[in-house]
Write a protein that binds this ligand. Structure first.
Ligand SMILES: Nc1nc2c([nH]c(=O)n2[C@H]2C[C@H](O)[C@@H](COP(=O)(O)OP(=O)(O)OP(=O)(O)O)O2)c(=O)[nH]1
Length: 135
């Protein structure tokens, strides 16, 4: 019988500063996809809307607070991820409270989409970056 992959719902943010650079964080070496640069975010938990999940993740991972209405849908990725299928919703956010501070990531950096090709990222992120370059 054909295997039916479980869809993994992930939300992430393109936190964008005044010069158009976007915050990326480096996954810790011991994590899955360790050492890769990603958009901050994570899995949507049961009972959460995607926006509530993203606001929670941004607070947990970076210590910043966002208003749900400031999370603007930007683009998404739909890609196989091991035995699962990843659906990653990317939101744009230009307004938040607090200074992003890495709580789990090994590093954070502000990177212009044109410079992201130089960084190793999860495979699902490359099409997202291409989209961000054209916006
Ligand atoms: N936050 C985030 N996750 C991403 C990106 N690209 C990408 O493939 N992912 C994947 C990595 C993870 O499998 C999943 C995010 O979940 P998470 O960050 O809460 O997961 P985790 O480290 O606990 O992951 P896992 O070991 O359970 O797979 O989405 C991205 O740009 N940002």
């Amino acid at each position: 019988m054909e295997k039916k992959p479980t869809t993994l719902f992930v939300v992430a943010a393109a936190l964008t500063n005044e010069s158009g650079a976007i915050l990326l964080q480096k996954r810790p070496d011991h994590a899955s996809m360790g050492g890769l640069w990603e958009f901050p975010g994570g899995k949507v938990e049961a009972g959460e809307t995607p926006e509530v999940a993203l606001a929670r993740e941004l607070f947990e991972e970076l210590g910043i607070s966002v208003n749900l209405q400031d999370l603007i849908p930007e683009t998404f990725a739909s890609e196989p991820l091991g035995e699962r299928h990843l659906l990653l919703l990317l939101y744009r956010c230009v307004t938040w409270e607090g200074t992003p501070t890495p709580h789990f990531a090994s590093e954070i950096a502000w990177v212009h989409p044109n410079d992201m090709a130089a960084l190793p990222m999860p495979p699902a992120d490359y099409p997202l970056v291409e989209r961000l370059k054209r916006i």
